[in-house]
Write a protein of this length. Structure first.
Length: 521
């Protein structure tokens, strides 16, 4: 079925929305919402109608519903102020009020009948919404029965990447329209309005499978990342899940890095909210006090440009709480400010993992243990591949004497993103979890790796000093205390006692005792 309105065509068979022949990228749920409004344009659609039709009856936050409605309006050139096409009926719901023609069949209207080469070439999406297309993986096995496996990899990858709400992922039906066709990546990018294209292949030989994946930046023509995965097909779905997890964990930082590089090349005065956040993230990842403060300044500028920008609010709260955890900023002053920003992010988009991650970090100082862990678990449910959230979750588990669970979560963070800018933190957290479990040798080993990666990481210096003290290694304790004082000149037992948010009293005294034995006063 096709719906024609204004200069738009929505095709429910191909799941495409076009304007003047140009595809408009929309999220799957936004597409479903728009379709439902068009199909029911003769009546007012209630909130419950939308929840049933689009979310399968699942309860979602009002902010999430509002975000999707705004996205639907934006996609068709409408707005909440104008309401030319989608009108809000006070206390009742929504109704599509534009003039609509509908017709059966998959043929395009005459004005859309041009070939790909004749279509007007769309500009890339706005910089606050970088878009990605995952092409169907090529089945190299010569066995048509293996087509389901290669298609399944592509479909699962689209679903997993869609959880990274910082980026827009083109829906499966649009990406799969290129299956079996030889089309230049530049043309695909222009057709779909994307800046990044992921392509790959699957080759099966007996019980072995080899999957190759490549991430391309089509605006520069460069390959950002490529990897090969060789696996035994003992359990096909388990292998599929494992490979998807590995691919997403590897691709995510590459996308951020590419967007950051693009933002840093622009003149500062030309940056929009997205560019300011990307620059802010670059400084945040540098993990120094000066860079962290610079990151906060940049994302505050992004919030000034767009006060409801969820990613800016979330990054501001995370960078502020990171400064508190590192001892760079005063907890009593900064934590309420960070909590306010995190709550604003959650209100703006209750389905954003970074928003819940930010709130969890703030709650670790202001809220209950239950609320803190619940927010981390929500962030990880929304994005299971969120390695930084996984590591911070591990830290809080260790703070409440759940060292074994903390160690497992920290190991998962390392496994998910071994080349992450924050992997020094992941090793440091793993070292603290081992300390909580009284495995001082393992704690020292993990903290050494953390310090090898970042010799200015204060947290690892604290833990290795305490672990050496508890292990009775006087020489190591003495040398590590000297290094701790280098990276944290004003450190003292009194400072640690007042700063440390460890909720378990026994574990608080355990760390203080280790530092005391090492010679800290």
């Amino acid at each position: 079925m096709q719906f024609l309105f204004a200069d738009h065509t929505l095709d429910t068979d191909t799941r495409e929305l076009r304007s003047g022949g140009v595809p408009i990228p929309v999220q799957p749920q936004v597409f479903d919402l728009l379709t439902y409004l068009l199909q029911n344009r003769e009546r007012v659609v209630s909130k419950q109608d939308l929840l049933t039709a689009v979310w399968g009856g699942r309860t979602v936050a009002d902010s999430t519903l509002a975000t999707h409605i705004n996205a639907a309006r934006k996609a068709i050139g409408d707005s909440g102020e104008q309401q030319r096409l989608i009108r809000t009926i006070s206390r009742k719901g929504l109704r599509f009020v534009g003039d609509v023609r509908s017709r059966q069949g998959g043929g395009q209207p005459a004005q859309h009948a041009a070939t790909h080469s004749e279509l007007p070439r769309p500009a890339l999406p706005p910089s606050d919404r970088p878009a990605i297309a995952v092409l169907p993986f090529v089945n190299m096995s010569g066995d048509a029965e293996q087509e389901y496996f290669s298609d399944g990899i592509s479909e699962d990858l689209i679903a997993a990447l869609s959880k990274l709400r910082w980026f827009f992922v083109i829906a499966r039906n649009s990406s799969f329209s290129y299956k079996g066709r030889s089309v230049h990546l530049k043309q695909i990018a222009q057709d779909l309005g994307v800046g990044y294209v992921i392509e790959g292949s699957v080759r099966k030989d007996g019980e072995r499978v080899r999957i190759t994946v490549q991430l391309n930046d089509v605006t520069t023509g460069s390959h950002l990342w490529a990897e090969r995965y060789d696996r035994n097909l003992a359990g096909v779905f388990a292998v599929q899940d494992e490979i998807i997890e590995a691919i997403v964990a590897a691709i995510e930082p590459q996308l951020y890095a590419a967007e950051t590089f693009r933002a840093r090349r622009k003149p500062p005065q030309s940056l929009d909210a997205w560019g300011l956040v990307m620059r802010g993230l670059w400084h945040f990842w540098c993990m120094t006090r000066a860079d962290n403060l610079t990151a906060q300044t940049l994302v505050e500028q992004a919030i000034a440009v767009d006060p409801n920008y969820v990613h800016a609010q979330a990054v501001l709260a995370v960078s502020q709480m990171f400064g508190v955890q590192m001892g760079w900023q005063d907890a009593a002053t900064i934590t309420p400010i960070a909590e306010h920003a995190a709550l604003a992010a959650v209100r703006a988009d209750g389905e954003d993992p970074w928003a819940h991650f930010a709130l969890a970090m703030a709650y670790s100082y202001t809220g209950s243990v239950e609320d803190t862990l619940a927010e981390y678990e929500t962030a990880l449910r929304l994005n299971p591949n969120f390695s930084l959230a996984q590591a911070c979750y591990a830290l809080v588990l260790s703070w409440v004497a759940r060292g074994r669970e903390g160690a497992e979560a920290a190991r998962r963070a390392i496994r998910l993103s071994p080349r992450d800018p924050f992997s020094a933190i992941y090793y440091g957290v793993a070292g603290y979890a081992a300390f909580v479990e009284r495995d001082y040798g393992e704690s020292i080993r993990l903290c050494r790796e953390s310090i090898r990666q970042r010799n200015d990481f204060v947290g690892a210096h604290r833990v290795i000093t305490a672990a050496a003290g508890m292990a009775g290694d006087t020489d190591l304790a003495k040398s590590m205390l000297k290094e701790l004082r280098r990276v944290h000149p004003n450190v003292s037992l009194a400072w640690i006692r007042s700063w440390l948010p460890v909720r378990d009293q026994r574990e608080r005294e355990h760390l203080l005792e280790g530092l005391r034995r090492a010679g800290l006063e």
